[in-house]
Design a protein around this ligand. Structure first.
Ligand SMILES: NC(=O)c1ccc[n+]([C@@H]2O[C@H](COP(=O)([O-])OP(=O)(O)OC[C@H]3O[C@@H](n4cnc5c(N)ncnc54)[C@H](O)[C@@H]3O)[C@@H](O)[C@H]2O)c1
Length: 448
């Protein structure tokens, strides 16, 4: 079958490439001409492990094509995946402008019966609205069907996840449509769950809300551990070993960010309010996570530390390791608050320096490596646990920093290890290690 994919972002590109990898003939289309030219010349516009090799392989096998022409993308298409962005609107709702314009464009150009499969995360009711929209805009007497096929990949392991996902969800109005999509996905050999369109739309939001809640729950337990002297890693292990709970998503830290959890939790809350349903637990998750992102900074303030005119480095800027995505990354708020306080801020990230420079310009210093970043600084805030950052040893901090003051928002090191060095090491949900000489070496000022 001739498959086209609308949108070559994190989801669309991975979808198109992986469908080509299992043998389908795929055209990836994007309105961003620069991106398409980059892809045609074999350059990856995003950082995603394993993707580049797969693109090269499938372009060579002539199964994968890129275009910025909707005519070329849609005229002969039998299946079109929509994988464009659904960012957050000011009121928290999902912005469906990109999805709607992709649907109109498909309807304008497509000349054959088509199944339009939505990968973008969209609120319930959207797929049926898209069907009406396309029927209103189609130029040929063709049959338009829709299916919801929500995406569960994680940035940073997107290709792996596509081949080893836990399930593929297909929501369709008829068994006939569902089985076409099922057949396309068969080579992945992943369990398929077929549902109504509404249930598929809900599964995606419920999954993201649940994961956000799990992270937030463990973060609240971590904060409590600090008061009672318990260790969150032991507690998470103790509860996660219970198979009803599971170990994943039980790592305490300074909260979630990224292109999905924040906007999807807001969109689900917005939807529930449309039905006058008070989704209290979700409201709390959003509220608690917002505060958690400032947890480390607040801990520093509670130690009466001032960063005014201090050299401070923020290590790890992406919302998680192995991606270049900084959308809603906790690092951005951390940088803002440090700058507001008058700190002299250096940043480092293995993949997101350009993106961060576009936001902060010359208000920051940009280091070329993690080790260079910590040279001569008064304090380090670890926000994202890239391997390069986790590999910095305590002796390196001691050797290079002016003051060995480390705030670790991702619990990258063992507390027992920190105790072996004359460093101050503050993490989340665990005992703080305070260097005996901290008050002598660091100018402690009263918090304003
Ligand atoms: N990023 C993730 O980890 C992830 C995971 C699961 C689901 N999702 C969902 O998948 C969707 C896409 O997310 P993303 O992160 O890939 O977005 P993205 O912003 O990285 O990419 C979207 C792409 O769509 C293109 N585009 C916009 N309008 C278009 C149109 N009319 N036709 C063709 N291309 C168009 C843009 O130029 C851009 O390249 C969202 O709904 C998101 O919530 C994302």
């Amino acid at each position: 079958m001739k498959i086209s994919v609308a949108g070559t972002g994190y989801v669309g590109l991975v979808t198109g490439v992986c469908l080509a990898e299992i043998g389908h003939d795929v055209i990836c289309y994007d309105v961003d001409k620069v991106k398409i030219e980059q892809l045609k010349s074999g350059h990856l516009p995003i950082y995603e492990p394993l993707l580049e090799e797969s693109i090269e392989r499938n372009i060579r096998a002539k199964r994968l094509h890129f275009t910025s022409s909707p005519l070329e993308a849609y005229t002969q298409a039998e299946i079109v995946y929509i994988a464009v962005g659904t960012p957050e609107k000011i009121d928290g709702a999902a912005n469906l402008d990109y999805v709607n314009s992709a649907a109109k464009e498909i309807a304008t150009y497509v000349q054959k019966d088509v199944i339009v499969v939505t990968k973008s995360t969209v609120p319930f009711g959207t797929n049926k609205q898209l069907k009406e929209l396309m029927n209103a805009h189609k130029r040929y007497p063709i049959k338009v069907d829709v299916a919801s096929n929500p995406e569960f990949l994680r940035e940073g392991s997107a290709v792996h996840d596509t081949f080893h996902g836990d399930r593929i969800v297909i929501g369709a109005e008829s068994e006939e449509v569902a089985s076409v999509i099922e057949k396309i996905n068969e080579p992945f050999k992943i369990p398929i769950i077929k549902t109504s369109i509404e249930s598929a739309e809900m599964i995606k939001y419920a999954a993201n809300a649940f994961l956000a809640m799990k992270i937030t729950f463990v973060n609240e337990i971590a904060n409590l551990c600090e008061y009672i002297g318990a260790d969150i890693q032991d507690v998470a292990n103790g509860i996660g070993t219970d198979q009803r709970i599971g170990k994943k998503f039980l790592r305490a830290g300074i909260g979630y960010g990224g292109s999905c959890f924040p906007k999807d939790t807001h969109a689900l809350l917005h939807l529930s309010h449309n039905f006058n349903y008070p989704f209290s637990i979700l409201e709390s998750v959003i509220h608690v996570n917002h505060h958690q992102q400032m947890r480390l900074y607040e801990k520093a303030k509670s130690m009466a530390l001032s960063f005014f005119q201090k050299k401070v480095v923020v290590l790890g800027l992406t919302f998680k390791p192995n991606t270049d995505d900084i959308r809603e990354a906790p690092s951005l708020r951390m940088i803002e608050v440090l700058l507001e306080e008058g700190a002299v801020v250096t940043v480092y990230d293995p993949a997101a320096m350009k993106a961060v420079e576009q936001i902060f310009g010359d208000r920051l210093t940009y280091a070329k490596s993690a080790l260079e970043a910590i040279e001569g600084v008064d304090a380090v805030f670890i926000v994202t646990e890239w391997d390069e950052i986790k590999e910095i040893s305590f002796s390196s901090y001691l050797l290079r920093m002016k003051q060995p003051l480390i705030f670790d928002g991702r619990n990258c090191y063992q507390v027992e290890q920190a105790k072996k060095y004359p460093v101050t090491y503050v993490s989340i949900g665990r005992e703080d290690v305070i260097c005996a000489t901290l008050s002598n070496t660091y100018t402690i000022q009263s918090a304003p």
